[in-house]
Design a protein around this ligand. Structure first.
Ligand code: GDP
Length: 316
């Protein structure tokens, strides 16, 4: 079994690669829920949705989020009614949020609701929220504190960030199956997701970081940074805020306490010594995911390297 820790767009692309090279029953995705929000009274889980749609083969190719070919009639109608419309919800996507909200109101946990939705989409891989407890990524800016999607979508991550916190994390527990997946996996992979706001909330759930340290499985991450920049999104600014160099070495430093191998972009092979100075083995390959083939190739390399890697981190 392969466990992958993942977030939204970068994570979804990597999962689209993994699903081409790992049997569905063998794939366990542990997903960030720090971006979850209440929208028009509905429980929206943006990262769970992206991974579900990716595994169901319906993720929008053009947008990288939401459902391929979706329409936005409801959004337009809500806007005409004077409702907020900065968070774009497609009509078919809306059905997912309606169903999730209903399942949660019936007393189902987020794990159960996620499983119920994934099954109805025909997904056979396991999608696990990091926690059934509410953990909220909050972003401080000079104008006040924002929920993650207010920062990311409404403000287009163009505002200065002075701090990031994961409200509720201290009291949260890993969702059922998360620690077992990490403990029993043949390999644990970290998708090239934002280290601060996509992988960071998962690591903030008490017990998960320890499980990554304790597992006998090799742990491999794919770098979302090439050169001194992220492929997309605010990872660079957020890493700088956390005192991490914006480089593959900075990614290695963020995960050094449990990481065995960092898969960096081939263009970055010169940074391998700086990665290895963090006590993490560096390997390089093409990591830009632009086609089904490049996604599958990256997933295949990640798997092969992880499965042949010796555990470097000493087990406690
Ligand atoms: P978000 O919630 O949409 O920010 O989702 P993620 O955290 O999963 O994805 C964002 C991260 O994915 C960014 O830090 C990007 O640099 C990274 N990313 C996006 N596309 C690619 C790609 O093709 N290759 C790699 N290696 N990283 C990518």
């Amino acid at each position: 079994m392969i466990a992958v820790l993942t977030g939204g767009t970068g994570g979804a692309k990597f999962v689209q690669g993994l699903m081409q090279v790992v049997a569905p029953a063998e794939l366990f995705c542990i997903v960030n829920t720090g971006d979850d929000l209440r929208w028009w009274g509905l429980h929206v889980s943006p990262d769970l949705d992206s991974i579900t749609y990716a595994l169901a083969g319906v993720l929008s190719r053009e947008r990288g989020w939401g459902i391929e070919g979706d329409t936005f009639e409801c959004l337009a109608a809500m806007e005409r009614l004077g409702m907020p419309a900065w968070f774009r919800v497609g009509d078919r996507d809306l059905a997912t949020h309606l169903l999730r909200t209903q399942l949660l109101e019936q007393g189902k946990t987020l794990t159960e609701a996620t499983h119920g939705i994934a099954s109805r989409f025909g997904v056979r891989a396991r999608i696990l929220p990091m926690s059934d407890d509410r953990v909220e990524t909050r972003v401080s800016t000079p104008a006040g504190e924002l929920a993650f999607e207010e920062y990311f979508v409404r403000e287009r991550h163009q505002v200065e960030v002075t701090a990031v916190r994961f409200a509720g994390a201290e009291r949260s527990r890993p969702a059922p199956g998360v620690l077992q997946a990490i403990a029993q996996a043949e390999a644990v992979l970290l998708a090239p997701s934002n280290p601060v706001t996509s992988i960071g909330p998962i690591l903030a759930v008490p017990g998960i970081r320890d499980a990554l340290h304790a597992t006998a499985a090799p742990v491999l991450a794919v770098s979302p940074i090439v050169g001194a920049a992220a492929f997309s999104g605010p990872a660079a600014a957020l890493m700088r805020l956390h005192g991490l160099p914006v480089s593959a070495a900075g990614v290695a430093r963020a995960y050094a306490d449990f990481l065995d191998v960092l898969l960096i972009d081939e263009a970055d092979f010169g940074t391998a010594p700086a990665v290895e100075a963090q006590g993490v083995r560096a390997v390089w390959a093409p990591t830009r995911m632009t086609s089904p083939e490049s996604k599958a190739a990256l997933a295949q390399v990640a798997l092969e390297v992880a499965q042949s890697a010796a555990r470097v981190v000493a087990n406690p």
